[in-house]
Design a protein around this ligand. Structure first.
Ligand code: AMP
Length: 436
C-alpha cells in the first residue's frame, strides 16, 4: 500500500514526502479511506503508530475539497492534554503546509485573549482541551455549529482524567449530524460504551493487540529497595552516559526531588508536570528535544503528547497504578519502527502493580539486579504462569553489569565504575528469562 492509493491529493502527498514518510503505517492504511468517505471510526491504536496522521491527513483532504470552508471551525479535535493538542496542531500545520487551511490549538494554562483573537480571524481546524474549549464557548468566542467532523483523541485518557462530563457538554454545542472519529489506546468496556453513545455504525480499526506493549521496546526491570531508587537512577544515568531518557515519576513532588538529585550530580535534568506553567513545560520539552536537557522527569499526565522521534530510553522510576499507563509510558520509545529500551526500577512495595502490568502485557518482565543495589526487600516472583526463574542478576546492553546474587558480598564497589557495552544485546538476551 502506498500513500498514492489512499485518495490524497498532491499538496498532501508532497507534504508527506517532505516529512520523509515512504509508506503509510497500518493505522493510516486502514483509517484514511473510511475517514475520507465520511464514515465514523473507532480506532484502537496506541501512540507511536502514526495515528495523528491517520486522522489529520484525510481531514485536511476533506477540508481542502470544500469550495468555501467558511469562517468557523469545521473540524474539532479534542485531546486530554495541552502537549497533545499542541502536537496535533503542529502535525496539521506540517501536513497542510501546501494548503491554505488555518489550524489552532487552544488549551488552558495560557492567556485566553490571544486565542480569542486568533479564533476571530477564522479557523478551519480547532484542536482543544475540553476545559478551555468550554471557556471559549461560554465567552462566545467560538461557534461550533459548523463542525463537520469531531475527533476524540486518546479517549481512554479523557475517561481517566474525568473529562467525560465536559465531552458531554461539548457534544451539546455541536450539530447532530457530523462524522465522529474516536481513538483510544485501550479498548475497555467503558470505551466501548462511549463509542456506542457517540458513534454511528463505526468502522472499527485495531492496529495493536489489546493492551500489547509495542514489540519494538526491550523491557527490563531492576529490583531495588525503595530508599535506594534515586541513587540507582543516578548510577545508571552516570555510568551509561544516557543523553536522552524520559523518566516517569508517580508524583509531582517526586519528580521535583528526583530532578534535584540528578542536577546535584551534574546531570542536565528537568521536570515536567501539572504544577509547572505552560511556558515552563514547553521550554523543558524543547530543551529535551534539542538535547539541552538529558533527562526529562515527567508525571503521566504531563507526558501525554510527548512525541520525540526515536526516543531511546524510558525509565519507570515508579510503576504506575493503572497498568495500561505502563503501556502508554513505554510507547514513548520504540516509536514508528525504531527500537527502544524501557527500564523499571521496582521495589517490593510495588509488587501488586507489577503483577497487574505483567498480566496486561501477558508476559513477565525480565528481572536484572544491578550489582551493589541488590534489594534487602525481595520482590516476589512474577505470577504469570511461564515465569519460573525468578530474579536474575545480569548485564544489559548499554549499561551496568550485575553479576552478583543477593548477599554475595560484592556490594557498592561497582557503583562508581561505569561500564558501557553498547554491543552486548546478545548477552542481555541470554540473561532473559526463558519465556520473556
Ligand atoms: P503518532 O502515533 O501519531 O504519535 O506518531 C508517531 C510518530 O510516527 C511521529 O513522530 C510521526 O511523525 C511518525 N509517523 C507518522 N506516520 C508515519 C509514516 N507513515 N512513516 C514514518 N513515520 C511516521
Amino acid at each position: 500500500m502506498s500513500f498514492n492509493e489512499l485518495g490524497l491529493s498532491e499538496p498532501l502527498l508532497k507534504a508527506i514526502s517532505d516529512s520523509g514518510y515512504t509508506e503509510p503505517t497500518a493505522i493510516q492504511a486502514e483509517a484514511i479511506g473510511p475517514v475520507l468517505s465520511g464514515k465514523d471510526l473507532m480506532a484502537s491504536a496506541q501512540t507511536g503508530t502514526g495515528k495523528t496522521a491517520a486522522f489529520t491527513l484525510p481531514l485536511l483532504e476533506k477540508l481542502s475539497r470544500l469550495d468555501n470552508p467558511g469562517n468557523h471551525p469545521r473540524v474539532l479535535i479534542i485531546t486530554p492534554t495541552r502537549e497533545l493538542a499542541a502536537q496535533i496542531e503542529a502535525s496539521a500545520h506540517t501536513y497542510g503546509k501546501y494548503l491554505t487551511l488555518q489550524s489552532l490549538a487552544v488549551f488552558g494554562g495560557v492567556k485566553i485573549g490571544p486565542q480569542i483573537k486568533k479564533l476571530r480571524q477564522g479557523i478551519d481546524i480547532l484542536v482543544a482541551t475540553p476545559g478551555r474549549l468550554l471557556d471559549l464557548s461560554q465567552q462566545g468566542a467560538v461557534n461550533l455549529k459548523n463542525i463537520d467532523v469531531l475527533v476524540l483523541d486518546e479517549a481512554d485518557r479523557m475517561l481517566d482524567m474525568g473529562f467525560i462530563p465536559d465531552i458531554k457538554r461539548i457534544q451539546k454545542l455541536l450539530p447532530d449530524t457530523k462524522q465522529t472519529l474516536m481513538f483510544s489506546a485501550t479498548y475497555s468496556a467503558e470505551i466501548r460504551r462511549l463509542a456506542h453513545d457517540y458513534l454511528s455504525n463505526p468502522v472499527e480499526v485495531s492496529v495493536t493487540p489489546k493492551n500489547a506493549a509495542a514489540h519494538t521496546v526491550e523491557q527490563v526491570l531492576h529490583p531495588v529497595d525503595k530508599r535506594r531508587k534515586s541513587e540507582l537512577l543516578q548510577h545508571l544515568v552516570k555510568s551509561n552516559g544516557w543523553s536522552q531518557a524520559l523518566v516517569f515519576s508517580k508524583t509531582k513532588h517526586g519528580a521535583n526531588k528526583l530532578t534535584r538529585d540528578l542536577v546535584r550530580i551534574g546531570v542536565r535534568a528537568s521536570a515536567i508536570h501539572g504544577n509547572k506553567s505552560q511556558a515552563q513545560r514547553t521550554k523543558a520539552l524543547e530543551d529535551f528535544k534539542r538535547g539541552k536537557v538529558e533527562i526529562l522527569v515527567a508525571t503521566d499526565i504531563a507526558s501525554r503528547g510527548i512525541d520525540i522521534s526515536e526516543l531511546p530510553m524510558v525509565i519507570n522510576f515508579d510503576l504506575p497504578h493503572v497498568p495500561e499507563d505502563y503501556v502508554h509510558r513505554i510507547g514513548r520509545t520504540g516509536r514508528a519502527g525504531t527500537t527502544g529500551n524501557a527500564i523499571s526500577l521496582v521495589c517490593a512495595d510495588e509488587s501488586k502493580q507489577l503483577r497487574d502490568i505483567e498480566r496486561v502485557i501477558s508476559k513477565p518482565l525480565e528481572r536484572v539486579e544491578i550489582e551493589g543495589f541488590e534489594p534487602d526487600h525481595v520482590l516476589p516472583l512474577s505470577s504469570t504462569s511461564h515465569d519460573q526463574s525468578g530474579n536474575r542478576s545480569g548485564n544489559r546492553s548499554g549499561y551496568s553489569r550485575g553479576n552478583s546474587s543477593r548477599g554475595n558480598g560484592s556490594n557498592g564497589n561497582s557503583r562508581n565504575r561505569p561500564r558501557r557495552n553498547r554491543n552486548s544485546s546478545s548477552n542481555s538476551r541470554t540473561n532473559r528469562q526463558a519465556s520473556a
